[in-house]
Design a protein around this ligand. Structure first.
Ligand code: SAH
Ligand code: SF4
Length: 393
């Protein structure tokens, strides 16, 4: 019998595989990190930069996993690489495809933990929703992930690995000699899966830098959106160190309600959050902040809420993304009626803001926003605990 996983709200740290004597995974290393590793393995310093460039292209441009296929490297050198290093991705456990084409992958990472990754095809784009943590230490009362007790930060390799897994499945690595195809199946990334990305900032940053690197996956910073529940001290770094778009899980217009829905609000209340957003570097009409707002019947969906929301965000280049609540087993809320959502959207739209209503995708496979939670995760909170946190008991 395998030992039971510890049940804890603390973020677990696991020993890196290479510390246990195994080969070092090249996936997830920064260019500097890869250079240092190659030198350590005997690559002459004056060649190291060039070798990094070559290997980087094989891994991130061509999607090659086998050192033997790196034909612009000498045979001996390839043999050395194969001995000392590996090119390893997390393992795909299951792959489900929704009626609407949404794909959900359950991915197993070191320690036997699982995270979910969702691919959402649309007419003009294909968005991959990736996870930054196993579970989440925050306990937003409407979010399924927040009910999962076991939490650990994902490594850089595990974050960038989710993108590589999706490209594998979509068959999207380029073929040498084929005409360049400008339409990408995987064109956008949103950090809106499991976890709070700003609680795992360095790993998320390094993974996004790999995804943006022009000699590899080469996604533009404008096609990446990081969603945070409002970790105020880390917000500015998102702009200066990653440069991607920012989305904020706002969800309420008074501290009393937001304290319940997004409990991190008790630490950084609405006024502090708005100050940080006003100061977000590089903010402009072409680079607006997305305010995410989940529509919960009778909780945050009144006309008064809509008007207060407009007043609060005055002066911030913004769009408001209304998310119809996605229900999950035991959830303590229900989705607002469509007529209510439309009335709410209308007030915001008339105040001059784009107010798209997000179409729920992949609901039949529990892939919609906030429904992610690894099915094999046994440390579930009881319904009573969930209700107590929502202040409903
Ligand atoms: N932790 C980050 C990113 C992951 S959640 C954050 O909270 O921003 C991505 C988005 O889905 C957030 O806006 C979150 O509030 C929303 N969400 C969570 N549970 C949901 C649910 N059941 N229905 C609809 N949206 C939900
Ligand atoms: Fe964590 Fe985001 Fe879910 Fe809140 S909404 S519990 S921050 S994943």
């Amino acid at each position: 019998m395998p030992a039971k996983a510890p049940i804890t709200q603390d973020v677990l740290t696991i020993p890196r595989r290479e510390e246990a004597g195994g080969p070092l995974n090249l996936v997830g290393l920064t260019r500097d990190g890869m250079r240092a590793a190659l030198i350590e393995a005997g690559t002459p310093e004056r060649q190291a930069k060039m070798r990094v460039g070559q290997i980087w292209q094989w891994i991130y441009h061509w999607g090659v996993r086998d050192f033997a296929r790196m034909t612009n490297l000498a045979k001996d050198y390839r043999a050395m690489l194969a001995e000392r290093f590996e090119i390893a991705l997390p393992e795909v456990v299951t792959r489900q495809v929704s009626e609407d084409g949404t794909r959900k992958y359950l991915v197993r990472i070191a320690g036997g933990h699982e995270v979910e990754v969702v691919y959402i095809p649309e007419e003009d784009r294909g968005t991959l929703c990736i996870s930054s943590q196993v579970g989440c230490t925050l306990t937003c009362t409407f979010c399924h992930t927040g009910t999962q007790k076991l939490v650990r930060n994902l490594t850089v390799a595990e974050i960038v690995g989710q993108i590589m897994i999706a490209r594998d499945d979509l068959g999207e690595w380029p073929v040498p000699g084929a005409p360049k195809d400008e339409t990408r199946l995987l064109s956008n990334i949103v950090l809106m899966g499991m976890g709070e990305p700003l609680y795992n900032f360095e790993n998320v940053r390094d993974a996004m830098r790999i995804a943006m690197d022009p000699e590899g996956i080469s996604l533009s910073r404008r096609r990446i959106t990081l969603s945070t529940s409002g970790v105020v001290p880390e917000i500015a770094r998102t702009a200066t160190e990653i440069g991607c778009n920012l989305a904020v899980s706002f969800h309420a217009t008074t501290d009393a309600v937001r304290d319940v829905l997004v409990p991190i609000n008790k630490r950084w209340p609405i006024a502090d959050l708005l100050d940080a957003l006003r100061a977000y570097p590089g903010l402009s009409n072409s680079e607006r902040i997305t305010f995410e707002y989940v529509m919960l019947k009778g909780v945050n969906d009144s006309d008064e809420d809509a008007r207060r929301l407009v007043r609060l965000i005055k002066g911030i280049p913004a769009k408001i993304n209304l998310i119809p609540f996605n229900e999950w087993p035991g959830a303590p809320y229900v989705r607002s009626d469509w007529s209510r959502i439309r009335a709410f959207a209308d007030i915001i739209y008339k105040a001059g803001y784009a107010s798209p209503i997000r179409t729920p995708r992949g609901e039949d496979i529990m892939a919609a926003c906030g429904q992610l939670k690894s099915a094999t995760e046994r440390a579930r909170k009881t319904r009573a605990e969930i209700a107590a946190e929502a202040g409903l008991s």
